[in-house]
Write a protein that binds this ligand. Structure first.
Ligand code: ADP
Length: 457
């Protein structure tokens, strides 16, 4: 694309101009010779059409090849620890080499396509000159044309073929750029999963969450959630518990409108999330994932991600609010410490703290938390737990709980199993009711001394 934009227009205008002026001058000098020269048009035309077909396919292959080669490379580098751990270096190298060779082949095919095209154009030029010299020479011999006229014609003829050659090169660039555009548009045209409706309204500052008759299935499968009804009053903390794959995360994602329900609805303060503006939705509802992700840049910039216009003071306040300032200020360059290599030098707990600080800076009404399953080092664990508790104050919280203590402390506990909300109530209520939560609780209490993590029910 860059090549086309930088040189394309220039090439097109200058060569187009040269070509049309040359045709005009040649026609004025001897229109009969010019007509003869047109014998070169059919082969050039046929070659161009064939070239266009073949090169289009070849360039698309090259683009696909570049995409999959880079993907394999990126995967290999990102997963280098796993590869090393299982001694798979050779296998991975040869898989990459195979991909790389097929990219090489694709390049070679595209080179071959233009390798025959350009000589055909050149050959047509030479043939035409030969015809002009031969026939022109004969007409000089018969006295129909002057020798000066034919000489001028043959010399000017080169001005006809150079632009044609240049324009065919431009055609080549155009084909390659077309293939690039195809790829770009395929990406840009990806439909948005959760579009904003025309006339969408802002969500109210605070409000209850109402889930009604909620059902959901991912694009390619059977229902993951069915008939979920749930009322979460503003300011309530609800813990979702249940076996892996039950649908807890999916329910949390629907409440944050990362997806739209297949049936039923999720409302916040009476407004269906599908009718809400995206900006107000992202302001009110913030999702804190299990693992914090750090971008290149300073810690300060990483936290500021949550609210672009926030001042340094506001970022600091957010960190203070969750009690995590000391943790970062003790670094050699404090909050201005650069995150490199996706935060490889920061512990999981520190990454989590950045995530929590981002949420504090965004200051949402609703917090969707996916509790970390892996345990952190004891020192950090305390700081993170404290930060989570501070962050939850005064907000509606939906937490996917993996720890008994989290479920115990929540105002409400929802047991999700097989895509349904089986039980809902406070911890004491559910324990007393003697249902599945009570059974789980009995098992968990037995195992709490060992890990504090909820065993798989
Ligand atoms: P939980 O959080 O309770 O472990 P999830 O909500 O993550 O459960 O998953 C519920 C079900 O949905 C599982 O069977 C899982 O395989 C499936 N699932 C989760 N995410 C996706 C996805 N992006 N595409 C397709 N299926 C998914």
């Amino acid at each position: 694309l860059q090549e086309l934009v930088q040189m394309g227009l220039l090439m097109f205008v200058s060569n187009g101009l040269l070509l049309s002026v040359s045709v005009f001058v040649l026609g004025a000098v001897s229109w009969r010779l010019l007509l003869l020269c047109l014998i070169c048009v059919p082969p050039v035309l046929i070659a161009s059409v064939k070239f266009q077909r073949d090169s289009n396919a070849a360039y698309l292959d090259v683009r696909d090849g570049i995409g999959s080669t880079l993907t394999r490379l990126q995967e290999g580098i990102a997963g280098v620890r796993v590869v090393q751990a299982f001694g798979r270096e050779d296998v991975e190298s040869s898989r990459f080499a195979a991909r790389n060779w097929s990219l090489f082949d694709a390049h070679m095919r595209s080179v071959k396509v233009s390798a025959w095209y350009l000589p055909i154009i050149e050959l047509s030029g030479l043939l035409t000159t030969a015809v002009a010299v031969g026939v022109g020479g004969w007409w000089v011999h018969t006295g129909e044309l002057g020798i000066g006229t034919v000489t001028f014609f043959v010399l000017t003829l080169s001005n006809l073929f150079e632009p044609i050659q240049q324009l065919s090169q431009l055609f080549n660039i155009l084909q390659s750029a077309g293939a690039a555009l195809d790829k770009l548009f395929a990406l840009l045209d990806t439909p948005v999963d959760v579009p904003e409706r025309p006339g969408a309204v802002d969500l109210p500052e605070r409000g209850d969450i109402d889930v009604e008759g909620l059902g959901f299935s991912y694009a390619s499968g059977s229902p993951v959630l069915t008939g979920v009804d749930l009322h979460i009053p503003s300011g309530t903390r609800i813990a979702l518990v249940g076996p892996t794959g039950a649908g807890k995360s999916t329910l949390a994602k629907l409440i944050a409108r990362l997806y739209d329900p297949t049936v039923g609805s999720v409302r916040f303060g009476g407004v269906d999330l599908r009718d809400a503006t995206r900006s107000s939705l992202r302001e009110r509802v913030v999702v804190v994932p299990q693992e914090g992700f750090l971008f290149n840049g300073t810690i300060l910039e990483n936290i500021r991600l949550a609210r672009a216009g926030a001042t340094d003071g506001e970022v600091l306040e957010a960190l203070q609010a969750i009690g995590a300032v000391e943790r970062f200020e003790s670094l050699p360059e404090g909050l201005l410490t650069e995150v490199q290599e996706r935060g490889a030098r920061f512990s999981a707990g520190e990454k989590q703290l950045v995530s929590l600080a981002r949420a504090a800076l965004a200051d949402p009404a609703v917090l969707v938390l996916d509790e970390a399953t892996s345990s952190l080092d004891p020192g950090t664990e305390v700081v993170v737990e404290h930060a989570v508790n501070k962050l939850m104050e005064g907000r509606t919280v939906i937490v996917i709980a993996h720890r008994l203590s989290t479920a115990e402390r929540a105002d409400l506990v929802g047991v999700v199993a097989d895509g349904r909300l089986l039980e809902l109530g406070t911890h004491p209520e559910l324990v007393k009711a003697g249902g599945s939560y009570a059974a789980l609780f009995a098992t968990w209490s037995g195992g709490i001394g060992r890990s504090g993590l909820l065993p798989s029910p």
